[in-house]
Design a protein around this ligand. Sequence first.
Ligand SMILES: Cc1cc2nc3c(=O)[nH]c(=O)nc-3n(C[C@H](O)[C@H](O)[C@H](O)COP(=O)(O)OP(=O)(O)OC[C@H]3O[C@@H](n4cnc5c(N)ncnc54)[C@H](O)[C@@H]3O)c2cc1C
Length: 390
Amino acid sequence: MGKNYYDVIISGAGPSGSLLGYLLSIKNINTLILEKEQFPRYKVCAGGIQWKAMKLFPYGIEEIIQRKIYGIYFSRKLKDIFHKRYSEPLMYTVDRAELDDFMARKAISSGCAINFNERIKDFELKENAVKIFTGNNTYFAKILVGADGANSIIFKKSNTREKVKKIIGYEAEVPSKNLNLNCFNGNNLMLDFGGIRKGYTWIFPKKSYLSIGDGGPVQNAVKIKEYLLWFLKNYESVLSRDDIFKKQSLPREPKIRYDIRAHLIPVRNGNAFLCFDRILTVGDAAGLCDGFTGEGLYNAMLSSHIASDSISDALKYSNFKFRDYFKKINNEIYKNIKNSIIISKIFFPSLLFYYKLIKNNDNLFNSCAKILRGEKTYSQVVNKLKLIRI
Ligand SMILES: Cc1cc2nc3c(=O)[nH]c(=O)nc-3n(C[C@H](O)[C@H](O)[C@H](O)COP(=O)(O)OP(=O)(O)OC[C@H]3O[C@@H](n4cnc5c(N)ncnc54)[C@H](O)[C@@H]3O)c2cc1C
């Protein structure tokens, strides 16, 4: 094979692309990732990794874990605050720039090639290969994988008709060194409801900063950003009140001194493009985000594991239709996404009712904790609540 010929070319070195590159390379599949940015690079993300996602890493990531989260502070527009704690870790936080850089290095160390600063601009399906165009080069691959995120060029070009539900997420990284907000040092996060329709606001603590953001339907983008600005102005004084958290310094003049950035969170529609002859998508490029929480890392990595098996079978049997990939993604991921949308339709219109229920009922909180950890699925909860017929 020539220099620019590969078994597999992956567009994007985010978590889904780098994990897939790693998994294919350890099977000796000749793989190249083309990534438009130079790493490490900033990525708009709260960096929360669900407990259940930890087992999807084929290597340890202890060294880049920033915090282990056991507890959650709940609030409604920064009022009516209560705290719940779970006996096991609910989630881990990471710095996304660091996670992505770490995963890209793991892919390289397993033998995967990565060309940074090289954006895929177009591709054509040929008889026995996919021809891929970047600014400066032309490549050929037996299989092209779109792991290029919410604005995937692979998805956009392949999905000509179907609309995909889009959530928008805003995020600011706030230095926490001088805040001394002990609530977060105690390995808690915060979730605030009621400030925006069909969405929520979060504070995820890292070692030296807080990721503060919110997200909801893209149609409400202006209001979602306005609420985040309000939240950023007010959270410090509220969280520093003695009656809420015992020992901490009072903030002086709360000022906004950081950038707010936005990014889309795509939620799959069952008829949208997923895979085709020689072309498949994983992670955000396939719209595999959770329709209730907006999280996408777990599904992104799960889709890469599934894709890795399907790709090695495709190469082995020279069958590039990827029907098994379509079936597995539907069964193992999309079913749960559909239920996440049902849960969001049940939860948000009766927010106050469920808020009080979680506040006063540890069993319900424990069920939510089990969903977060991945010990329970949305389907089990929907069935249990017997609300599925609503
Ligand atoms: C505000 C916000 C907060 C979030 N918080 C969480 C959270 O706490 N937990 C969680 O699980 N999920 C969270 N998510 C979702 C999560 O960020 C995504 O699901 C996750 O990044 C998906 O990974 P990916 O590898 O599929 O795509 P991405 O991480 O988007 O990676 C895509 C990569 O492809 C590259 N690329 C794009 N186009 C091209 C091209 N044409 N050629 C070459 N390279 C290209 C990009 O530079 C990028 O590196 C959040 C999202 C937002 C917006």
